[in-house]
Design a protein around this ligand. Structure first.
Ligand code: NAP
Length: 266
């Protein structure tokens, strides 16, 4: 343990994983704990949050698992209050939750559009709404929001609700960064590229390869300049940096973690 987050209290949303393996939120929660943070692990699935807590506990870290749907106002108010009651402060807010539905404007139902907006964008508004007053009173804090390179590029998949909400995440983050710059509260977003996580297997295998996960992985690997997708730890290490005091002069940034994919034209 290098203690890069020693004694910090960190809320991580979507701290479980949609399937076996390592999602971005699960990796971030475990990495934050390895670096000395006490982690408040939030997930809509209680089992997924508990699994992350158990991993952290086995490694000798401190984690509280909490079930919440972060798109729901009451759930967010409760989770922030419980984190504060448990640990007495909130230093880091890591907004990792995001869902993906394939579909353009014509194909996507209005109901799915609304759900993606609520889960990907409104959730971050809600967590910031309830966490920022604590950070302001404490005299500082760090917010890390997970966006995607689809917020700035067409990636070959028509997922209009996903791209639009991730664009919103970038601007939400910059607005907070500017409003709170003099208050020692930093807000940054991470724009992951193609990452090989359980979420991708669940949401994109059908679009790429009629449900064949191995084939989908091969196709996406081939599209990346390094010949392979990144993984959850690549995103987690970027989040660790932005959450830590090492990034004390970094705010309003959009950190691209994509193995060079956004540099590529063909
Ligand atoms: P994940 O494994 O799908 O999600 C993590 C956890 O979040 C899951 O346990 C999931 O529960 C939970 N969750 C979903 N909706 C929730 C809600 N409303 N409230 C609370 N928890 C909720 O995803 P991940 O791999 O950690 O990645 C998440 C983030 O990375 C997303 O923001 C995604 O957009 C971003 N990202 C990923 C890639 C990539 O290629 N993998 C690229 C760019 C950006 P359930 O399983 O029960 O739904």
């Amino acid at each position: 343990m290098a203690n890069r987050l020693k004694d910090k209290i960190a809320i991580v949303t979507g701290a479980g994983s949609v399937g076996p393996g390592w999602g971005n939120g699960k990796a971030a929660a475990v990495l934050f704990a390895r670096e000395g943070a006490r982690v408040f692990a939030v997930d809509v699935s209680p089992e997924a949050a508990e699994e992350t807590r158990d991993i952290i506990a086995r490694e000798g870290g401190d984690c509280t698992a909490h079930q919440a749907d972060v798109s729901r106002s009451e759930d967010v108010e409760t989770l922030v209050a419980r984190c504060f009651d448990t640990y007495d402060r909130i230093d880091i807010l890591h907004n990792n939750v995001g869902i993906l539905h394939v579909g353009g404007c014509v194909e996507l139902s209005e109901e799915t559009w609304d759900r993606v907006v609520d889960v990907n964008l409104k959730s971050m508004f809600l967590t910031c709404k309830h966490v920022l007053p604590h950070m302001e009173r404490q005299g500082g804090g760090a917010i890390v929001n997970i966006s995607s390179i689809t917020s700035i590029r067409w990636l070959g998949v028509p997922y209009v609700s996903y791209s639009a909400t991730k664009g919103g995440v970038n601007q939400l983050t910059q607005s907070i960064a500017m409003q709170y710059a003099t208050k020692n509260i930093r807000a940054n977003s991470i724009l992951p590229g193609f990452m090989n996580t359980p979420m991708v297997a669940k949401s994109l295998a059908e679009f790429y390869a009629q449900g064949d996960v191995e084939k989908m992985i091969q196709i996406r690997d081939n599209q990346c300049p390094m010949g392979r997708m990144g993984d959850a730890w690549d995103v987690a290490y970027a989040a660790l940096y932005l959450a830590s005091d090492e990034a004390k002069y970094v705010t309003g940034a959009e950190l691209v973690v994509d193995g060079g994919l956004t540099c590529k034209v063909v």
